[in-house]
Ligand binder design. Structure first.
Ligand code: PLP
Length: 402
């Protein structure tokens, strides 16, 4: 967007403007951060780091959690832990924010982009299976992509927008072919799949606490796993692979990926609000669903029968022919009413940053990308502001229906 209303995530909104999604800070953030300042425990060691890790591990029912500077850093480390190497391939969703594909490139590997499925907009498990069973072959003791000859090592299903991927079929086929499953759960903390918490489905999972996520530490991430050896190694790699803290001996090249105690203090306060924030998001979603569900040409955000969605980013599909205008024109019209909306990400198989990657047929993701528009859905969105968004959309629909 080319207006002055383009804002960094987390920046305060000007009056009379309804932002897409901003952080909600209303609990113990001030007290806990002040505690860090008062005690001098501000850096990458401290009680809040431990408490934050425990809180996230407990929330997803995992045994271990390792805090990182960002969700992208957590994904990078997870790929290293999975043993993914240069010129290997890793399956991931095409319809997602770019971070998982970038992390795959950080280890020199290549993404294989998988289409979304039309019912939930998530990674299509059938297309994962089809690719592995028909698009790959065993050669020289390794599973290889027939088209590229590269070795396939792992799958990163991305639970987008607060809704889980249909993960069981992905886990089944991964087990069959010996692939590691790393959940990108960065958009879906608090969601559940068939009653199980998202982030506790595969071998490892990554969360993000960036400014636009459900909970934020300004910037931050977390790697969770039940595997003690992986957790230990994650801690090692995120602290510059330090082997002797006195003599500064390092046996490997590590990373400076540890979260600070200051940020973790904010994280602990945010985690105390997780259930309340999910409830707020679900309330916003059901209000939208009730008000917009009957409008011809609008498809409201799905929730599968087996899913408990956080509706992190409330998104609708706009059918230009029936609704009267398309998603991008709706964006511009709402912008004039000082309401901020956003399309979804350019599907990654179309991204110039990832040309050279292999992709299966991704026509569903392309169709979703054309039609999708995310509506204001901050945890703190007032009923009045939401009513205003609904009224604007409803008025447009009324005007365009013959
Ligand atoms: C936000 C996000 C990440 C990682 O986020 P950071 O900004 O690095 O914390 C990774 N994957 C997806 C799908 C995301 O939306």
């Amino acid at each position: 967007m080319s207006t002055s209303e383009q804002r960094a995530p987390g920046a305060p909104a000007p009056a009379g403007f309804t932002p897409l999604c901003v952080p909600e800070i209303r609990g113990n953030e001030w007290a806990y951060i002040k505690d860090c300042l008062d005690t001098g425990w501000v850096s990458s060691v401290g009680a809040y780091v431990d408490r934050f890790e425990r809180a996230v591990a407990d929330a997803v029912g995992a045994r271990y959690a390792v805090a990182t500077t960002t969700g992208t850093a957590a994904l990078h480390v997870a790929l290293l832990l999975a043993g993914v190497e240069r010129d290997d391939e890793v399956l991931t969703s095409t319809l997602t924010f770019i971070a998982p594909a970038n992390a795959i490139r950080y280890v020199g590997a290549w993404p294989v982009f998988i289409d979304a499925e039309p019912g939930t907009w998530q990674m299509d498990p059938q297309k994962v299976t089809d690719f592995l069973e028909r698009g790959c072959e065993w050669r020289d003791g390794a599973l290889r992509n027939r088209a590229t000859g590269r070795r396939v090592r792992a799958i990163i299903p991305v639970h987008i927008l607060g809704h889980p991927v249909d993960t069981d079929p992905v886990l089944d086929v991964a087990r069959k072919f010996g692939l590691t499953v790393i959940e990108d759960a960065t958009e879906s903390l608090g969601a559940r799949y068939r009653g199980r918490p998202v982030g506790h489905l595969g071998d490892m999972a990554c969360f993000s606490f960036n400014g636009n996520k459900l909970l934020t530490t300004g910037g931050g991430g977390m790697l969770v796993t039940d595997d003690e050896a992986l957790a230990k190694r994650a801690r090692y790699l995120t602290t510059q692979a330090k082997d002797d803290p006195v003599e500064y001996e390092h046996h490997e090249v590590g990373y400076n990926y540890r979260l600070t105690n200051l940020q973790a203090a904010m994280g602990v306060a945010q985690m105390e609000q997780l259930d309340a924030y999910v409830a707020a998001k679900r309330r916003i979603a059901s209000t939208y669903a009730e008000a917009l569900g009957e409008i011809p040409g609008l498809t409201i955000m799905p929730e599968a029968s087996w899913a408990w969605s956080t509706f992190w980013m409330y998104t609708v599909l706009v059918d230009a022919d029936t609704f009267g205008i398309g998603s991008r024109e709706l964006l511009k019209t709402l912008e004039r009413a000082r309401i901020q909306t956003r399309p979804l990400w350019q599907p990654l198989h179309r991204s110039p940053a990832h040309r050279g990657a292999f992709a299966v047929d991704c026509s569903t993701a392309e169709d979703l990308h054309r039609r999708a528009l995310s509506l204001p859905c901050s945890v703190g969105l007032t009923p009045e502001s939401q009513r205003e968004v609904i009224d604007q959309v409803t008025r447009l629909a009324a005007r365009t229906v013959p």
